[in-house]
Write a protein that binds this ligand. Structure first.
Ligand SMILES: [Zn+2]
Ligand SMILES: [Zn+2]
Ligand SMILES: [Zn+2]
Length: 107
């Protein structure tokens, strides 16, 4: 039993499944909440995404660097969880599967 499930509409009205949820374990430890790639360049970021495979923290697609997506593209790690200010939905954290392009909710 995975810890995540595809959100009711999955962000995709036609419906879509995620082949990766069952392989995702407990969320890795979160270190300092920052995007290191941005911090190194002196860039600001909007929101952060935590890679649930390795714990990498990168900035969201609304940020200049989009380093979370860059992390997926370079590693293939499929699922990242929202963190901090990007977590807008009240009372519910969400994750995003880059490979299947669906939103996931915690069980
Ligand atoms: Zn998936
Ligand atoms: Zn960044
Ligand atoms: Zn990763």
């Amino acid at each position: 039993m995975g810890r995540w499930r595809v959100a009711p509409d999955g962000g995709r009205p036609e419906g879509r499944d995620c082949a990766h949820v069952d392989g995702i374990g407990p969320a890795p430890e979160v270190g300092e909440p920052l995007c290191r790639e941005c911090a190194r360049r002196g860039w600001a970021w909007v929101g952060l995404r935590l890679c649930l495979t390795c714990g990498h923290l990168g900035c969201c697609d609304s940020s200049r660097g989009a380093h979370a997506t860059a992390h997926y593209e370079s590693t293939g790690h499929p699922i990242a969880r929202c963190l901090g200010t990007g977590c807008a939905r009240p009372g519910r954290r969400w994750a995003w599967c880059y490979a299947d392009e669906v939103y996931l909710w915690p069980r």
